[in-house]
Write a protein that binds this ligand. Structure first.
Ligand code: S6P
Ligand code: ZN
Length: 191
């Protein structure tokens, strides 16, 4: 950490891409088995329409170590799986007491959060919204618009990611399209 050189990267405010990026993670519908309420619809889309790109994450060259701040952008493409809006997998930080900051860049959606103690919150995000994810809150973002939902995120280098807990339990709330409106409802599959 001591000899790490200062550097810049370039954020494209229109597309959300970062250059140069250390990694570009692409999550397709086939990567999201059992994440959507309507698993049948997810399978049907993959089979009949192809393996949709749901979201991309641009992550920069920063060591995943204490003292550093990791940052990146996420681009969630618009669309529905059944009547549920495209979303990220969602995760807790492996070190539960590590927080995160999100900044909306383009498009709009929801940041949904929950704690292991059963608290649930959702915040609307759009261009210019700065959202704070406090320690111990799992977080997932959902694109409820018809344009890519792009946001910037920064989090502690040592935080790590725990995807397994959410993969097991799901989120208590899901965001669905009803009469062309985004509606937050209880997740019938929440365990
Ligand atoms: C990392 C931060 C974001 C997400 C990204 C994708 O701590 O919260 O960069 O990684 O939005 O979501 P997920 O749940 O697939 O990591
Ligand atoms: Zn996170």
């Amino acid at each position: 950490m001591k000899n790490f050189e200062p550097f810049i990267t370039q954020l494209n405010l229109k597309t959300g891409s970062i250059q140069p990026a250390a990694r570009i993670i692409q999550r397709r519908l086939s990567d999201m088995c059992n994440f959507y309420f309507d698993e049948e619809a997810r399978r049907r889309i993959v089979k009949e329409e192809g393996d949709r790109l749901i979201y991309e994450v641009f992550v920069t060259h920063v060591p995943e170590e204490e003292g550093h701040v990791l940052y990146g952008t996420t681009i969630i493409y618009p669309g529905l799986v059944g009547d549920e809006f495209h979303m990220t997998k969602g995760h807790f930080h492996k070190l539960r007491d590590q927080a995160e900051v999100y900044v909306g860049i383009a498009g709009s959606g929801y940041l949904i959060m929950q704690t292991e103690g059963g608290a649930v919150r959702s915040l609307k995000m759009e261009k210019g919204t700065i959202a704070y994810v406090p320690p111990c809150w799992a977080h997932r973002t959902v694109n409820t618009g018809d344009q890519p939902f792009v946001f910037f995120a920064a989090w502690p280098g040592e935080a790590g990611h725990d995807y397994g807990t959410i993969e097991e339990s799901g989120f208590a709330n899901i965001v669905v399209s009803r009469d062309n409106q985004a509606l937050l409802i209880d997740n019938p599959n929440y365990r």
